[in-house]
Ligand binder design. Structure first.
Ligand code: DI6
Ligand code: FE
Length: 402
């Protein structure tokens, strides 16, 4: 297949947006064979099936590198409580919060978890998303943690999308282990990780390092197990307070440290030295009406790659739009549109340890999004508008929008 008459935002880092006006892309066997200015297109690629894109913008397909999109129930009642003045931590302390979603998730069958997730997955796919990271963490028992991950894996068979799973057994302390977090790690979390890994359900291991969840010692024990299983790690760190999760993540060479609103300059330095991506989640910042901004300038100064993701979850970020996430990243966190778009393409791929996507480049996967816009900054600027024209997944045109 040959795409012609397109503006390419390749997202390759050498120039702003990796922009190539009047570009072309040759695709074969699901991969990019060649891309560049149309005038330089080698003769041998001209004979493929041609698609004139009418000057439209092509970007790498988008990547949502942090979601909890598989879960039971919803927390609309807690949304009301927060509007009445209760805080996220107060609700969690009173047995609501993550633990209430755990109840709903345990009660759901694997099929029901899949069905519920597909509704939300479809919202992301309609915006040109090709990779979704999905965490467990609402089971907090061996059986339900595995059920969540099985449902996540099945999404790949139902839709044209790649799924990367993260085991998040250390997400919250379940009611029957209240005050006994260490025992929960030993009795449930580590055995569940072993079982899920043995079943091939785990691509990475995550944790929630926070006052209302687990401390750095407990997360360290989970990470040690991950390392012994050969699995990469990532961490919810410095979301509600500064507890040292970011430097812990860096110490373990984590793929990413996520949220990081309360991270400081020395955390930025640690991430930089470890090559760990900072994943910013403006949907949670917005929903919780957080006021502590992530240290974006420190990340810039230290060359820490910044990714952006929805954090799609029923409590702190009931968000299923990566385009809105980009807009929020700019408006709330003052990212430039270029940084924001890199955050859902190149840097999001890196946050998942994927080297075969996130940039339009010869040899990488032909996962592309084609937009009815003139310039890539328009993707960040509109609010609640979806200019996707069509998307290409593994070299195949997958949807057409009227
Ligand atoms: N931080 C979050 O923002 C989500 N998980 C986490 O560790 C919230 C999950 C929830 O409230 O259900
Ligand atoms: Fe999260």
């Amino acid at each position: 297949m040959l795409l012609l008459n397109a503006t390419l935002a390749t997202m390759s880092p050498e120039q702003p947006f990796g922009l190539i006006p009047q570009g072309a892309i040759a695709i074969r066997d699901g991969h990019i064979l060649w891309c560049g200015p149309e005038a330089e297109l080698p003769e041998e690629h001209r004979h493929a099936e041609q698609h004139d894109l009418g000057g439209r913008l092509v970007t790498p397909a988008l990547i949502d590198c942090h979601t909890h999109i598989v879960h039971g129930g919803n927390r609309a009642r807690e949304f009301e409580m927060r509007l009445e003045g209760a805080s996220y931590e107060q609700i969690a302390g009173a047995g609501g919060g993550i633990v209430s979603t755990v109840k709903a998730t345990r009660e759901a069958t694997e099929d029901a978890l899949l069905e519920g997730a597909l509704r939300r997955v479809d919202a992301l796919l309609a915006e040109g998303v090709s990779v979704i990271e999905i965490k467990s963490g609402y089971g907090l028992d061996l059986e339900t943690e595995c059920n969540m991950l099985r449902a996540a894996r099945r999404i790949e068979r139902e839709r044209p999308v790649r799924i990367r799973t993260s085991f998040l057994g250390a997400h919250a302390v379940p009611a029957d282990y209240k005050g006994r977090a260490d025992a929960y790690i030993d009795d449930v979390c580590l055995p569940a990780l072993n079982a899920a890994h043995a079943e091939g359900l785990v691509d990475a291991v995550d944790g929630f390092c926070e006052g209302i969840a687990f401390n750095t010692m407990q997360i360290g024990r989970v990470f040690d197990r991950a390392k012994s299983l050969g699995l990469p790690v990532k961490l919810h760190a410095e979301q509600l307070s500064h507890t040292g999760g970011t430097t812990l993540a860096a110490k373990y060479g984590a793929l990413s440290a996520d949220h990081v609103e309360y991270a400081d300059i020395s955390d930025a330095l640690a991430l930089s030295e470890a090559g760990t991506v900072a994943v910013l989640l403006p949907g949670a910042f917005y929903t919780l009406r957080e006021t502590q901004l992530p240290p974006v300038q420190a990340f810039r100064d230290q060359n820490v790659p910044m990714a952006l993701a929805t954090d799609c979850n029923p409590g702190s970020s009931p968000l299923t739009s990566l385009l809105l996430t980009i807009n929020m990243g700019c408006t709330l966190f003052r990212l430039t549109p270029e940084e924001a778009l890199a955050g859902v393409t190149r840097h999001a791929a890196r946050a998942l340890g994927l080297a075969d996507c996130g940039i339009i480049r010869a040899g990488l996967r032909a996962d592309l999004a084609i937009w009815d816009v003139d310039h890539p900054a328009e993707l960040a600027y509109r609010i609640g508008f979806n200019p996707l024209h069509l998307s290409i997944f593994a070299g195949v045109i997958k949807e057409r929008h009227v």
